[in-house]
Design a protein around this ligand. Structure first.
Ligand code: FAD
Length: 373
């Protein structure tokens, strides 16, 4: 038993929201998969996820969506306001909601339980990414393993070596995330409000009463709980009625980055690219990484030498566009000079007046545009 060697198709390093779902999707496609995560404890992530229509369908196909018991809240309308344009932009989609809001922790626990029941996840294992190479003997918990493909899904922890091959964008931003209850129904409306200090998103939060919302406020300026509460009160007192804030606000550093091509390792989710949460699309892009990877396994053998480069070529364009778009959006709002203000005005007018631009915006928000098939 001591010298036994285990042969697997995939090793997935990192069992966060994307790594765990990648493992489950590949397992469903009959691959032999092992996930390792450095953490032992259960996820304490108090955030919500705005799941777009494409990602919802992905979770349905894996029979996970119906396991969510905390009442996902559909997003039926999006309102975008700012400090430059007088009237807001309104978006809705006739046939189906543009997205749904779920709890990160609940989804993560469901998927991790499935992996544990299948005995394909090992926790508390921290291996150096520098030692990882496909088809090289690897020692994990005193056993030897051989993997055809290695997927890295360690999120955006940038202190480790492979990130030195990343291109990092505007650092210094933090997101402040919390919840509040309100007197009035939220009517399944999501809001994005561009303040001078940074964007504030308010989303309906899973609850039975439709009287709970979550906020994500991102800024590179010094702020305080009171300042955040007053922004929300100013913008939502009329529509949402009396507001009661949860005392706990969680803070997340924002480090937008994109990974350069790696011939040995397949980077996925936030490890491949992480974007500013202003668009609420980081995890949704990770789902598209998984979908691309799964499709590639139908078209190419895992032994194919071009497998990794095809994967990167299919994910690089969309990743770069989202990273560029979200970074530029923040920069033009932060600059507050005449040139930036004019760009924003033109953008608002385009979205307000041209139906095809509006439809494009809605389609991309729903994850329904495939730039490279
Ligand atoms: C405030 C905020 C709000 C957001 N809202 C949305 C939203 O509404 N919609 C959306 O689509 N996206 C959203 N996002 C983005 C989304 O949260 C991320 O894209 C997503 O969580 C990334 O998942 P991941 O699995 O790639 O990384 P993570 O969730 O960070 O998982 C990484 C995992 O790897 C493990 N790990 C790390 N290092 C190692 C190692 N060396 N060895 C082994 N394991 C390791 C960690 O323990 C962890 O379990 C938001 C982001 C922020 C900051």
């Amino acid at each position: 038993m001591k010298n036994k060697m285990f042969k697997y198709d995939f090793l997935i390093v990192g069992g966060g929201l994307i790594g765990a779902l990648t493992a489950y999707a590949l397992y469903k496609k009959k691959f032999k998969v092992l996930v390792i995560d450095k953490k032992n404890e259960i996820s304490k992530d108090k955030r919500t996820l705005a799941v777009n229509a494409n990602s919802k369908r992905f979770l349905e196909q894996l029979n996970i969506w119906n396991d969510l018991k905390s009442k996902p809240q559909p997003i039926e309308k999006i309102i975008i306001k700012d400090y430059i344009n007088l009237s807001p932009l309104l978006f809705n989609n006739k046939n189906e909601p543009m997205g749904s809001v779920i709890l990160n922790k609940e989804l993560h626990e469901i998927v991790k339980k499935k992996l544990k029941d299948l005995n394909i996840i090992r926790s508390g294992i921290n291996i150096s990414l520098n030692d990882l190479k496909p088809s090289k003997l690897l020692k994990i918990n005193n056993s030897h393993y051989l993997f055809k493909k290695i997927i890295v899904s360690i999120g955006k922890s940038i202190n480790i070596n492979p990130y030195q091959k990343s291109i990092i964008f505007n650092k210094g931003h933090h997101s402040y995330v919390g919840f509040f209850k309100h007197e009035n129904d939220h009517k399944n409306i999501a809001y994005e409000i561009f303040q001078k200090e940074g964007p504030m998103a308010v989303l309906p939060s899973p609850s039975l009463t439709r009287r709970k919302s979550t906020f994500i406020y991102s800024t590179n300026k010094k702020t305080s709980d009171q300042k955040i509460f007053s922004i929300i009160k100013k913008n939502f007192k009329i529509s949402h009625g009396r507001l009661t804030f949860d005392r706990l606000i969680n803070i997340f550093p924002i480090t937008p980055h994109i990974k350069k091509f790696d011939k040995d390792l397949i980077f996925i989710g936030d490890s491949l690219r992480s974007i500013h949460p202003v668009a609420g699309q980081g995890w949704n892009l990770g789902i598209k990484d998984i979908q691309t990877l799964c499709k590639l396994t139908e078209q190419y053998s895992l032994d194919s030498k071009i497998f990794n480069s095809i994967y990167y070529s299919k994910r690089i364009l969309e990743s770069t566009l989202y990273l560029g778009f979200t970074s530029i959006l923040n920069t033009v709002y932060e600059n507050q000079n005449l040139f930036s203000k004019n760009i924003i005005r033109v953008g608002f007018e385009g979205l307000r007046n041209f139906k095809f631009v509006r439809e494009l915006f809605i389609k991309q928000a729903m994850g329904k545009i495939n730039l490279v098939d």
